[in-house]
Ligand binder design. Structure first.
Ligand code: VGL
Ligand code: ZN
Length: 208
Protein backbone atom coordinates (compact mmCIF):
# COMPACT_ATOMS: atom_id res chain seq x y z
CA UNK A 1 0.00 0.00 0.00
CA UNK A 2 1.40 3.39 -0.97
CA UNK A 3 -0.80 6.25 0.10
CA UNK A 4 -0.53 9.72 -1.41
CA UNK A 5 -2.14 13.02 -0.49
CA UNK A 6 -2.73 15.47 -3.34
CA UNK A 7 -3.09 19.11 -2.24
CA UNK A 8 -4.70 21.19 -4.97
CA UNK A 9 -3.75 24.85 -5.45
CA UNK A 10 -3.43 25.90 -1.78
CA UNK A 11 -2.04 29.22 -2.96
CA UNK A 12 -2.40 32.84 -1.85
CA UNK A 13 -4.38 33.63 -5.00
CA UNK A 14 -7.27 31.39 -3.90
CA UNK A 15 -7.28 32.53 -0.26
CA UNK A 16 -8.78 35.72 1.22
CA UNK A 17 -6.69 38.66 0.00
CA UNK A 18 -5.72 36.82 -3.20
CA UNK A 19 -6.68 37.68 -6.76
CA UNK A 20 -9.26 34.88 -7.14
CA UNK A 21 -10.28 34.36 -3.52
CA UNK A 22 -12.41 31.37 -2.55
CA UNK A 23 -14.56 32.07 0.56
CA UNK A 24 -12.72 30.70 3.61
CA UNK A 25 -10.09 29.18 1.32
CA UNK A 26 -7.46 29.54 4.03
CA UNK A 27 -9.46 27.17 6.27
CA UNK A 28 -8.11 24.22 4.30
CA UNK A 29 -4.55 24.96 5.45
CA UNK A 30 -4.86 23.53 8.99
CA UNK A 31 -6.66 20.48 7.55
CA UNK A 32 -3.76 19.90 5.14
CA UNK A 33 -1.19 20.39 7.88
CA UNK A 34 -2.97 17.94 10.21
CA UNK A 35 -3.11 15.30 7.47
CA UNK A 36 0.56 15.84 6.61
CA UNK A 37 1.58 15.52 10.28
CA UNK A 38 -0.65 12.47 10.86
CA UNK A 39 1.83 10.11 9.25
CA UNK A 40 -1.01 8.51 7.28
CA UNK A 41 0.68 9.27 3.93
CA UNK A 42 3.80 7.96 2.23
CA UNK A 43 3.82 10.79 -0.29
CA UNK A 44 2.62 14.39 -0.26
CA UNK A 45 2.07 16.04 -3.64
CA UNK A 46 0.90 19.60 -4.28
CA UNK A 47 -0.30 21.31 -7.43
CA UNK A 48 0.33 24.96 -8.16
CA UNK A 49 -1.65 27.05 -10.66
CA UNK A 50 1.20 28.75 -12.54
CA UNK A 51 0.09 31.11 -15.30
CA UNK A 52 2.05 33.37 -17.63
CA UNK A 53 0.84 37.00 -17.36
CA UNK A 54 -0.86 36.73 -20.78
CA UNK A 55 -2.82 33.58 -19.96
CA UNK A 56 -5.91 33.24 -22.16
CA UNK A 57 -8.18 32.42 -19.20
CA UNK A 58 -7.73 35.99 -17.96
CA UNK A 59 -10.57 38.43 -18.77
CA UNK A 60 -7.84 41.05 -19.20
CA UNK A 61 -6.73 39.27 -22.39
CA UNK A 62 -10.17 39.56 -24.05
CA UNK A 63 -11.58 42.88 -25.28
CA UNK A 64 -14.89 43.74 -23.58
CA UNK A 65 -14.79 40.84 -21.09
CA UNK A 66 -15.13 41.20 -17.33
CA UNK A 67 -13.99 38.64 -14.76
CA UNK A 68 -16.51 35.75 -14.39
CA UNK A 69 -18.08 36.42 -17.82
CA UNK A 70 -18.21 33.43 -20.16
CA UNK A 71 -15.89 33.68 -23.13
CA UNK A 72 -13.89 31.46 -25.43
CA UNK A 73 -10.35 30.17 -25.41
CA UNK A 74 -9.01 28.39 -28.50
CA UNK A 75 -12.62 27.84 -29.64
CA UNK A 76 -13.81 26.31 -26.35
CA UNK A 77 -16.13 27.89 -23.74
CA UNK A 78 -14.00 29.38 -20.98
CA UNK A 79 -14.78 31.24 -17.75
CA UNK A 80 -12.98 34.58 -17.84
CA UNK A 81 -10.98 34.75 -14.62
CA UNK A 82 -9.35 37.70 -12.94
CA UNK A 83 -5.56 37.67 -13.44
CA UNK A 84 -4.37 35.15 -10.85
CA UNK A 85 -1.43 32.95 -9.85
CA UNK A 86 1.00 34.62 -12.24
CA UNK A 87 4.35 32.80 -12.27
CA UNK A 88 6.79 34.00 -9.59
CA UNK A 89 4.25 36.37 -7.96
CA UNK A 90 3.21 36.27 -4.29
CA UNK A 91 -0.30 35.37 -5.52
CA UNK A 92 1.10 32.10 -6.93
CA UNK A 93 3.00 31.13 -3.78
CA UNK A 94 1.64 28.44 -1.50
CA UNK A 95 -0.20 29.79 1.56
CA UNK A 96 2.56 30.81 3.99
CA UNK A 97 1.24 28.50 6.75
CA UNK A 98 1.17 25.36 4.58
CA UNK A 99 3.79 22.82 5.70
CA UNK A 100 5.59 22.94 2.34
CA UNK A 101 8.78 21.41 3.75
CA UNK A 102 6.92 18.09 3.81
CA UNK A 103 5.88 18.20 0.14
CA UNK A 104 7.61 15.53 -1.97
CA UNK A 105 6.60 16.76 -5.42
CA UNK A 106 5.11 19.97 -6.81
CA UNK A 107 3.13 19.79 -10.05
CA UNK A 108 2.77 23.16 -11.76
CA UNK A 109 0.01 23.62 -14.35
CA UNK A 110 -1.65 26.25 -16.53
CA UNK A 111 1.55 27.41 -18.20
CA UNK A 112 0.24 27.22 -21.79
CA UNK A 113 -1.49 30.57 -22.48
CA UNK A 114 -3.80 28.95 -25.07
CA UNK A 115 -5.53 26.41 -22.81
CA UNK A 116 -6.61 26.31 -19.17
CA UNK A 117 -5.61 23.46 -16.89
CA UNK A 118 -7.93 22.92 -13.94
CA UNK A 119 -6.69 19.38 -13.45
CA UNK A 120 -3.26 18.66 -12.01
CA UNK A 121 -3.06 15.77 -14.51
CA UNK A 122 -3.79 17.37 -17.91
CA UNK A 123 -5.00 20.47 -19.73
CA UNK A 124 -8.75 21.08 -20.07
CA UNK A 125 -8.66 19.93 -23.73
CA UNK A 126 -7.07 16.66 -22.44
CA UNK A 127 -4.28 16.96 -25.03
CA UNK A 128 -1.16 17.69 -22.95
CA UNK A 129 -0.41 15.68 -19.82
CA UNK A 130 1.43 17.23 -16.88
CA UNK A 131 3.26 14.00 -16.02
CA UNK A 132 1.71 13.65 -12.56
CA UNK A 133 -0.12 10.39 -13.37
CA UNK A 134 3.13 8.84 -14.57
CA UNK A 135 4.97 10.06 -11.44
CA UNK A 136 2.35 8.56 -9.10
CA UNK A 137 2.24 5.25 -10.99
CA UNK A 138 6.05 5.03 -10.93
CA UNK A 139 5.89 5.42 -7.14
CA UNK A 140 3.41 2.53 -6.97
CA UNK A 141 0.65 4.63 -5.44
CA UNK A 142 -2.39 2.55 -4.49
CA UNK A 143 -4.55 5.26 -2.93
CA UNK A 144 -4.84 8.99 -3.55
CA UNK A 145 -6.63 11.43 -1.26
CA UNK A 146 -7.47 14.78 -2.84
CA UNK A 147 -8.26 18.11 -1.15
CA UNK A 148 -7.75 21.84 -1.65
CA UNK A 149 -9.04 24.66 -3.83
CA UNK A 150 -11.38 25.07 -5.52
CA UNK A 151 -13.86 22.21 -5.07
CA UNK A 152 -15.86 23.05 -8.19
CA UNK A 153 -12.88 23.58 -10.53
CA UNK A 154 -9.40 22.28 -9.90
CA UNK A 155 -10.28 19.76 -7.17
CA UNK A 156 -13.13 18.29 -9.24
CA UNK A 157 -11.16 18.05 -12.49
CA UNK A 158 -8.16 16.54 -10.67
CA UNK A 159 -10.22 13.90 -8.85
CA UNK A 160 -12.09 12.94 -12.04
CA UNK A 161 -8.81 12.63 -13.95
CA UNK A 162 -7.33 10.56 -11.12
CA UNK A 163 -10.17 8.05 -11.57
CA UNK A 164 -9.60 8.07 -15.32
CA UNK A 165 -5.82 8.02 -15.44
CA UNK A 166 -4.81 5.94 -12.38
CA UNK A 167 -6.44 2.55 -12.97
CA UNK A 168 -6.80 0.50 -9.79
CA UNK A 169 -6.01 3.42 -7.50
CA UNK A 170 -8.56 4.26 -4.78
CA UNK A 171 -9.41 7.96 -5.07
CA UNK A 172 -10.99 9.80 -2.15
CA UNK A 173 -12.09 13.39 -1.64
CA UNK A 174 -11.35 14.93 1.77
CA UNK A 175 -14.49 17.06 1.73
CA UNK A 176 -13.74 19.21 4.78
CA UNK A 177 -10.38 20.04 3.22
CA UNK A 178 -11.99 21.76 0.24
CA UNK A 179 -13.66 25.12 -0.39
CA UNK A 180 -15.42 26.15 -3.61
CA UNK A 181 -16.10 29.17 -5.77
CA UNK A 182 -19.87 28.71 -6.30
CA UNK A 183 -22.08 26.90 -3.69
CA UNK A 184 -24.33 25.30 -6.33
CA UNK A 185 -21.25 24.29 -8.29
CA UNK A 186 -19.80 22.64 -5.18
CA UNK A 187 -22.85 20.40 -4.70
CA UNK A 188 -22.79 19.40 -8.38
CA UNK A 189 -19.05 18.84 -8.27
CA UNK A 190 -19.27 16.50 -5.26
CA UNK A 191 -22.10 14.57 -6.91
CA UNK A 192 -20.18 14.19 -10.18
CA UNK A 193 -17.11 12.98 -8.30
CA UNK A 194 -19.20 10.49 -6.32
CA UNK A 195 -20.80 9.17 -9.52
CA UNK A 196 -17.39 8.74 -11.13
CA UNK A 197 -16.25 6.53 -8.25
CA UNK A 198 -14.54 9.01 -5.93
CA UNK A 199 -15.14 8.11 -2.27
CA UNK A 200 -16.26 11.17 -0.32
CA UNK A 201 -14.71 11.25 3.13
CA UNK A 202 -13.60 13.59 5.87
CA UNK A 203 -10.23 14.36 7.47
CA UNK A 204 -11.52 13.23 10.88
CA UNK A 205 -11.63 9.67 9.51
CA UNK A 206 -7.99 9.61 8.46
CA UNK A 207 -4.94 8.81 10.53
CA UNK A 208 -6.08 10.39 13.78
C1 VGL B 1 -8.76 27.39 -10.31
C2 VGL B 1 -10.02 28.77 -11.62
C3 VGL B 1 -8.92 29.13 -12.35
C4 VGL B 1 -8.71 26.43 -9.16
C5 VGL B 1 -7.63 27.73 -11.04
O1 VGL B 1 -7.62 26.22 -8.57
O2 VGL B 1 -9.77 25.84 -8.83
N1 VGL B 1 -9.95 27.90 -10.62
N2 VGL B 1 -7.73 28.62 -12.04
ZN1 ZN C 1 -5.98 29.37 -12.99
Amino acid sequence: MTKALLLIDIQNGFCPGGNLPVADGDEVVPVANRLIASGAYDLIVASQDWHPSNHGSFASQHRGKQPFDMGELSGQPQVMWPDHCIQDSVDAEFHPDLATDRIDFVQRKGENPKVDSYSAFRDNDQAALTGLAEWLMAKGVTSLDVMGLATDYCVKFSALDAIDMLPGVTVRLIADGCRGIDPTGVEEAIESMRQAGVEITDSSRIGF
